[in-house]
Design a protein around this ligand. Sequence first.
Ligand code: 13P
Length: 338
Amino acid sequence: MTELNNIALKILSNGKGILATDESTGTMTKRLEGVNVESTVENRLLFRETLFSSDSMKSCIGGVILYDETIKQNSNLKKSIPELISNSGAIPGIKVDTGAKKLALSNNETITEGLDGLRERLKEYYDLGARFTKWRGVFKISTKNNLPTHEAIKANAHALGRYSALVQEANMVPIVEPEVLMDGDHDIDKCYQITKMVLEETFYQLSNNNLKLDGIILKPNMILHGSSNEGKNENKQIAEMTLNCLKESVPKEVPGIAFLSGGQTELEATKNLNLINKYNDTSFIMTYSYGRALQQSALKFWSKDIKNIKGTQNIFNHRANMCTLAAQGKWSEELESK
Ligand code: 13P
């Protein structure tokens, strides 16, 4: 077993998943202002550190994705943030892309940037304790405008390939995140078709860049109706189509798949992951790498009284426990409402 494969398995095994707290300062400001909390450096640290010191970090969370600001912060508990995470048994990771920018001369498609100087930044992050990284390519479906274009798919998949190679060279595990957005009026079949195209191009580019596929983690979207499509999202259909799409497009060497929640509610993201695992007849570990679907209720509660650390942690612990049950196909409505 290679060192990178070992790290990937440590993050994903035994129902553990990934806590994605790598919101850029801009996104975190939107989230905090959405619940009427001022977005200061201290408040961003306080909320995140509240999650990182909760009990479920030991039992449920295998890895935490940090943002540049957080990985360099010291916890109020007198440790560095990466130390606080490692002490709970989870592995610290870091988002290394610098965001999705407009692809020049395109119809509002995006290209994710951050390759320039990445080799040097990776060294810095490794020294700070990171052992895995994340890069997110974004693909928006528009049936009317025939998007995404082949050009945007190729450009973003190519960037994911170059990013991943740099990360493995630096002895870290790349999370490869090609996200087909939920936004739009497309139906579930369209989501399937585009996700398959995107995944196939991504793995083509990873193989061109000599990636060791047993040392990556794939972070895809689930297959869903667009958020403004009239079709009703049925958990069974989502689970079956998601599994089929991944079986058709992901090479067997990949050890694990950690889904993004992408705007699904906490409950939907949990139910869908649970059914995916009930039906999972592949060799892939199927778990979560959720941002909003792990943090939303905890953030809402915390915003009412940011000093109520225990109360906030209870809510986060419940959510993380439910996701970890779902990652083993053991979640139920009854356990949810306990
Ligand atoms: P969501 O689960 O909120 O989609 O966030 C996951 C993530 O890391 C997106 O890049």
